[in-house]
Design a protein around this ligand. Structure first.
Ligand code: PHE
Length: 456
């Protein structure tokens, strides 16, 4: 008996176990680790936030990620078709994936702009122009980049074309081949920079900021931020992991792969924190800089150390690599829906999505210049898309995925779908997972959302 439903032999997918790991980890690791995690930890009190975030990752992130990958592999199709196939006829569970496509666009719109700054900074670091130990100078340099509509748009388009170009080549020859090459390089760069940062005088102050919890800053809003970060980090609640799951091989152990990705992703965030905070403290900077931490504080920190320019170039190359793997997986969601569900050729689907994104993305690229005054709910489009996806759409997607698996699908199907070619390694663990997905995760997300959004 085949473990797949209606699989076609010709369907593109990951070809090796290492390929699965590289692509999936490549999706998880991204600007979330290097940009979001450090600044959110910095503004929300350090280790206390870290503890809440790790709990959210274990109680919500892990079970949702396993479920999502499993559904994708079971259906072996794009995210919308997957839920159409798996749900009882007439029940609109596919709406989870339709909202996922929306999330993919909103995330990609602001994410590609942060990536645009990162790519620009690789070249600015090589040129040396942004290298100054005075945060006023680095702040002015960043300010002039984001306030320049032409530069903001051009760098974003460059990023979009790069990602589109890789996606055109397909899943195995594009996504898998590229992430297999980039992920090892990313880990190497991260280790070098982490060790360098730890050797700085005064580094321990940064380490203790990251590892000594102070819970006084933890409010309901901060807990929602941590849960949202867990969703964003693991690329869940919006269809990416379902889509990648559909490219998994049938002999791939899903829980083990997920656990490995989760641990490696946490490890990268820790290393990013260890690379950034000691340096911040060693040179007398403050950790609360917010979203600009990466672009203002970091260059000033690097400028203050010997061989700083070299390390700064390496750092932004690392960030560029990390963002690439993540963006491939975000854009793959609508690309696969358009090409598989609507039968548009993959190249055409890619180009169509890029064009649409260039339009939506422009509202984020211009959020600090021409469209700075254009606000909804008091936020620029950049901030709004970021807030809505992490704090509302992805957690909601997570709730409904849990409800689907826990209440509609049921234990037997879950067990069958997690067996690899009829082999189930640990039935007790599947039972725990089932209870968590049925009760714990959805309730937890719901309460955190209601409290965090001040709805009760
Ligand atoms: N996980 C990625 C990161 O941390 C972002 C991402 C979100 C990727 C959603 C895919 C889907 O940078």
């Amino acid at each position: 008996s085949s473990a797949t439903v209606g699989a076609s032999k010709a369907r593109d997918g990951f070809t090796s176990s290492f390929g699965v790991l590289a692509a999936t980890l490549g999706s998880a690791v991204g600007l979330g680790n290097i940009w979001k995690f450090p600044y959110l930890t910095g503004t929300n009190g350090g280790a206390g936030f870290l503890v809440v975030y790790v709990c959210a990752t274990l109680l919500v992130g892990l079970p949702v990620m396993i479920s999502e990958i499993m559904l994708g592999r079971r259906a072996k199709s794009d995210a919308v078709t997957a839920l159409k196939k798996l749900a009882p006829a007439g029940q609109p569970w596919w709406l989870i994936s339709a909202f996922g496509v929306l999330s993919a666009f909103l995330i990609m719109a602001f994410y590609s702009e942060v990536a645009a700054w990162v790519f620009a900074y690789v070249f600015k670091a090589i040129g040396g122009g942004i290298l100054s130990s005075d945060p006023k100078v680095t702040s002015a340099a960043f300010g002039s980049l984001i306030a320049d509509p032409v530069q903001s748009l051009l760098w974003q388009w460059l990023v979009l074309v790069l990602i589109g170009g890789i996606l055109l080549m397909g899943v195995a020859k594009g996504i898998e081949a590229v992430t297999k090459k980039l992920m090892p390089l990313l880990f190497l760069l991260l280790l070098v920079i982490g060790v360098r940062s730890l050797m700085l005088p005064g580094a321990m102050q940064g380490v203790s900021f990251l590892f000594t919890p102070d819970f006084s800053k933890i409010t309901a809003g901060v807990v929602l931020t941590a849960v949202g970060l867990a969703f964003f980090k693991l690329s869940i609640g919006m269809g990416t992991m379902m889509t990648y799951g559909s490219y998994f091989r049938d002999d791939q152990n899903i829980p083990a792969t997920t656990l490995r990705v989760m641990c490696a992703d946490l490890f990268v965030s820790m290393l990013a924190g260890i690379a950034i905070f000691p340096a911040v403290f060693a040179f007398g900077f403050k950790p609360e800089a917010g979203p600009s931490l990466l672009f203002i504080t970091i260059p000033a920190v690097f400028a203050s150390m010997p061989l700083g320019q070299l390390f700064m170039v390496a750092f932004f190359i690392l960030a560029a690599i990390a963002s690439t793997g993540a963006m491939l997986s975000i854009l793959e969601v609508p690309v696969s829906v358009l090409s598989e569900r609507f039968g548009i050729s993959r190249p055409k689907a890619t180009v169509l999505n890029l064009l649409l994104l260039a339009v939506i993305g422009a509202s984020c690229a211009l959020s600090n210049s021409s469209m700075a005054e254009f606000k909804l709910f008091g936020m620029t489009m950049f901030d709004l898309f970021d807030f809505v996806t992490s704090n509302i759409l992805m957690p909601l997607g997570g709730i409904f995925l849990c409800l689907f698996v826990g209440w509609v699908w049921g234990f037997d199907r879950l067990k069958a779908a997690l067996s690899n070619e009829g082999q189930l390694h640990n039935e007790a663990l599947v039972r725990v997972l089932f209870v968590v997905v049925r009760f714990v995760s959805p309730l937890l997300i719901l309460v955190v959302m209601l409290k965090g959004l001040k709805l009760f």
